[in-house]
Ligand binder design. Sequence first.
Ligand code: URA
Length: 434
Amino acid sequence: MQMTELLAKKRDGGALSTEEIDFMIQGYTRGEIPDYQMSAMCMAILLRGMDERETLDMTTSMMHSGETLDLSPIRGIKADKHSTGGVGDKTSLILCPMVAAAGLKIAKMSGRGLGHTGGTIDKLESFSGFSTAISEETFFRNVNDIGIAIMGQTADLVPADKKIYALRDVTGTVPSIPLIVSSIMSKKLASGADVIVLDVKCGDGAFMKTEQQAEELARGLTRIGRLAGRKCAAVITDMDQPLGTAVGNALEVREALAVLRGEERGELLELCLTLGACMMVEAGVEWSVEEAKLSLMKVIEDGSALEKLAQMVRAQGGDARAVYDPALLPQAAVTMEAVSQRGGFVSRIHAERVGLISMHLGGGRVTKESSIDLSVGLQLHKKVGDRVQPGESLAVIHAASEEKAREAAEMLLECYEFSDGPIEKPRLIKQIIR
Ligand code: URA
């Protein structure tokens, strides 16, 4: 078999066979196929597409390019969640302890953030001493004992995706549905959960700019998950503005804690209840999403979801006192209000640019090796649809210095757009795909 033949076939709109796809993925992972041929293939796939069988074959081959996690030592139904990435996305911090408190098992592999979206691991490291560098044995034991553990991604899980994603990033081939589906699902399948729920973001701050594209991606992801024998659902959610009010690691943990304490009852809670309810229904422990949401609300109200987070933090070496006393979380040296010069109704908040401000403050990684400041970020006071008077604060900036805070405040004003007339608040949850 020759890669040149496969390239010509895909260029001309043909479908690659199972053997051809495996040859290409395994050959590229082993370094036998050069980057230039794989780049050309990614572009041919982006332009010509792949059918469902090809996408499943590509996902399966990528999944088997390295180690896979066998979760069979864990008793019960194992659930996992994936988000296609967003600014201010702290849902895992709320959702995981909530569903674990409701009886599902969360054995989650998570990544660190790169660029303007933070990773769950970075956020959790706001609890002093918390570590996700735990052995598989500890991971399994913790999930069996307390129902939840979060481990850092091991180097050898889906090496094909690491190589292909790096190539796509620099060849304009990220926004291809079969490539995104195989990238995400190979990792989720390799992580071993029985139930997978996907939060597919849609809007300015997301890969998928329109609801139609997001729906196509969500359907692709769930179909491949089911064909691979897992229970799968997706929720399409708005990313035309940051999620919730906090952007920045420790600040997002504070917001998540307020939701887990039952104090914040807005759309972020609604999203976590919906994702969790989809997990419970797919797991077969609840009949309907609405009933499942009520069960999950109980674990917020009786404090058991918050206690579950404390148990996990403790079990992974962290200072769980901060779960009950957020003042113990990292705090920035300087806080400064970003004051609006104009009045009106907020019509747009550029999510991606807000994420970049958090990065500018030191809260995001420029390269994998960069260290980050967990304390910095932004706390938004005004979201889309809110009325703003001239001189009112749009957000509080948390920074390491006055200079950084001033720069960030100026940048933030550029992220907001206003309308003179009232604006309807956008719906966070656009669709549930089950
Ligand atoms: N996230 C992934 O893991 N892969 C993609 O291709 C896009 C988003």
